[in-house]
Design a protein around this ligand. Structure first.
Ligand SMILES: *Cc1c(COP(=O)(O)O)cnc(C)c1O
Length: 393
């Protein structure tokens, strides 16, 4: 019941135990095409360029940024938590001239603040996190793409933590590039990063396209080295050629992760994205009501919280890490702490993917109550479960 990775849906585990097939086996290429179509629905986009990057969510972020950002390009990063700092650091490693704007942890940016920063910086790309799990905040994105496009910038969004549990509308919000992972609301393991690029973003990648020597035909030129994307593995031009009609060899697709990613998308779409968001909202509200009824304070601007995770202040006089250890040891329940300024100061309780269930929420609240009492906190008996049950009633 932490902020991810989460318990994997048994259907995803079963899908991942299927036998492997060769990368150009018709069954495999059909799975690849099907997975692209599924993730177009998941991201709510018509983008042709919708694929999986093999690696954890961070691999998706690196692929998007290294492919879209030339050394020297200006990049604007609105930072409201740990993962915003990660975008900044990856953009810096791409050689970008990075401009950061920050709000205190526990808050999000207004559209006006983002527009103001875009006017000042005039970036080539704005890179922003949707749901930053470190603070649990969910940055509103409506209008951000429109602002970026009005000022000639591309918009990249990391929606790893929020996708499937909170609304994400790639096309309607004019997002040019997005990446995710499976281990949050999608109910899968880490290790695959679904990614989608708008035609605008593909045009930027196309301008830097190259084909490896040994794969090129005689009449094709190599792109001059300075223009080339500065990573081979994360060169989205080559990744798109691999997933596209050419099926030009690049890496060997991680077949088992493809099975897993495909099953995650199938689960989400069978449930319906709207139903999945409603389920995450319901269980998130139950956790919120439960911890408040136990007398705990919630961290941050609750009105902008993601549905799938709650950050709770560790009460004075209670050893937060000892509580986490006892929950795990005695009850088999894992909850998280956070990073940097919040390390040890908050607990993060997730209810996402396969764990967004009533039994999981009620057991967590009951166990937390017992452990808190053993650690000297005065908590009203049964209050957490009663409050959660009222949300469910
Ligand atoms: C959890 C999370 C990630 C995880 O990245 P990995 O490489 O899969 O560990 C990335 N971005 C955000 C916003 C997250 O919440």
């Amino acid at each position: 019941m932490g902020p991810g990775p989460i318990t994997v849906d048994p259907r995803v585990l079963r899908a991942m135990s299927a036998q492997l097939v060769g990368q150009y086996d018709p069954a495999m290429t059909a799975y690849m095409n099907e997975t692209q179509a599924l993730y177009r629905e998941v991201f709510r986009t018509r983008n042709d360029a919708t694929v999986l990057v093999d690696g954890t969510s961070r691999a998706g972020i690196e692929a998007a940024l290294v492919s879209l950002v030339h050394p020297g390009d200006r990049v604007l990063v609105p930072v409201f938590g740990r993962f915003g700092h990660l975008l900044r650091e990856i953009a810096e490693r791409c050689g970008a001239e990075v401009h950061v704007r920050e709000v205190p942890w526990g808050e999000v940016f207004t559209l006006e603040a983002i527009e103001q920063a875009v006017r000042e910086v005039r970036p080539h790309l704005v890179a922003v996190v949707q749901g930053d799990t470190s603070t649990t905040m969910n940055q509103p994105l409506e209008g951000v793409g429109e602002v970026c496009h009005r000022h000639g910038a591309l918009l990249y969004v990391d929606c790893t933590a929020s996708l499937g549990g909170n609304a994400f509308e790639m096309d309607a919000w004019e997002v040019d590039a997005t990446t995710a992972g499976l281990q949050k609301c999608l109910g899968g393991p880490s290790g695959s990063a679904p990614l989608s690029l708008s035609p605008r973003a593909v045009a930027v990648v196309d301008a830097r396209r190259s084909v490896e020597a040994g794969l090129r035909s005689e009449d094709e030129d190599a792109a001059p080295a300075p223009a080339r994307i500065r990573s081979n593995y994360f060169d989205l031009g080559m990744v798109l050629d691999y997933w596209g009609e050419k099926r030009l060899n690049h890496h060997t697709e991680a077949t088992t992760m493809l099975y897993g990613a495909r099953e995650c998308a199938r689960l989400l779409l069978e449930e319906g994205i709207g139903n999945s968001i409603a389920r995450h909202r319901l269980h998130g509200e139950a956790v919120l009501a439960g911890v408040r009824a136990l007398g705990l304070e919630v961290f941050g601007d609750v009105a902008h919280k993601m549905h799938n995770v709650v950050a709770v202040q560790v009460p004075d006089g209670v050893d937060g890490e000892a509580v986490r250890a006892e929950l795990l040891h005695d009850y088999g329940i894992e909850i998280g702490t956070s990073f940097g300024p919040l390390a040890g100061r908050v607990w993060r309780i997730g209810s996402m993917g396969y764990n967004a269930r009533k039994d999981a929420v009620l057991l967590t609240l009951a166990a937390l109550e017992q452990v808190l009492r053993r650690h000297g906190a005065r908590v009203p008996a049964g209050a957490g479960c009663v409050a959660a049950q009222e949300v469910y009633a």
